[in-house]
Write a protein that binds this ligand. Structure first.
Ligand SMILES: O=C(O)CCC(=O)C(=O)O
Ligand SMILES: [Fe+2]
Length: 285
């Protein structure tokens, strides 16, 4: 069994960073010898490979050939906060598989209120990108109201986008327009992935503009009284909304093995407002 370094400690969510060509070769040999994937997975985990890395190594080669660059905060040296130019954003929690990082105030209370005020008059029932055609549709799984700002549409949005670009080391031009959502009591966003499903016929046309989504930053603009957490049911992890805080997650391939399934739990009392920045592989023009 090929083995390099200590995979379980060094494994990032990124397969490219952790699996080796030797591992891939070994898998190919075992398969040729008739060993089933279930047995391969068990053997890799027993040999010390991180389970997620092992699962990803078993995917078809075309899904993980190229090393995918990802948005990622610079946490080298274990900083308590990250300098984003005009403020310091506290780092509150980080995990590697899935890659999830929780940040403290990226926006002040006043900035959150200003974004809500600018978005409120433009809200309408949320649409999701309809992957069968590439158009947009009303989705029963998503009962919030929403709107999009154009990139840089107002100075505060521009400022936020510059902070996000510095925080996540990702070009501002690769970000979609900021989306603002309001959930009233009972409203939710059922668990889903943010990448576009390669199996859907509408996906190629969506990908022509900027490529795949590779990361998401959800910013909480207020606190509901009860409910409304962002949940990652496979981890499992529950992120409680706190005004100005933000949760980041990335996915190096459009595949459930990234374990980035997530949703907005129903709001029980009060309202929940969030701003979402989706990050694409390339320029989103
Ligand atoms: O409301 C939430 O916490 C989740 C929102 C979400 O998943 C999204 O906007 O893609
Ligand atoms: Fe999402």
């Amino acid at each position: 069994m090929p083995h390099s370094g200590s995979p379980s400690s060094t494994a990032q969510a990124s397969f490219a960073a952790s699996a080796t060509p030797q591992l891939q070769q070994w898998i190919d040999q075992q398969r040729l010898a008739g060993v089933q994937d279930g047995a391969l997975l068990t053997a890799m985990v027993a040999a010390g490979w991180n389970t997620d890395v092992a699962r990803l190594a078993l995917l078809p080669a075309t899904t993980h050939d190229a090393a995918v660059a990802l948005p990622e905060p610079d946490l080298a040296g274990e900083p308590c906060a990250i300098d984003v130019g005009d403020r310091q954003v506290p780092v509150l929690m980080a995990m590697t598989a899935p890659r999830v990082v929780l940040f403290g105030q990226i926006l002040t209370d006043a900035e959150c209120a200003a974004i809500i005020a600018a978005a409120r008059p433009r809200l309408s029932r949320s649409l999701t990108v309809e992957t069968t055609s590439g158009g947009e549709e009303i989705n029963a799984d998503r009962t919030s109201d929403g709107m999009f700002f154009q990139r840089g549409e107002i100075p505060l949005v521009q400022q936020l986008e510059e902070r996000i670009a510095r925080l996540l080391n990702w070009p501002l031009e690769n970000g979609e327009g900021l989306q603002v959502l309001r959930y009233g009591p009972g409203a939710e966003y059922k668990p889903h992935h943010d990448y576009f499903d390669p199996a859907e016929p509408g996906t190629p046309s969506i990908l022509r503009r900027g490529g795949q989504r590779v990361g998401t930053l959800l910013i909480y603009l207020n606190e509901p009284e009860r409910g409304g957490a962002t949940v990652f049911p496979e981890v499992p992890l529950q992120v409680v909304p706190q005004r100005g805080h933000a949760v980041f997650f990335s996915y190096d391939r459009p595949h459930p093995a990234t374990r980035t399934l997530h949703g907005g739990a129903p709001v029980i009392r009060g309202e929940k407002w969030i701003a979402t920045k989706w990050l694409r592989q390339g320029r989103f023009d």
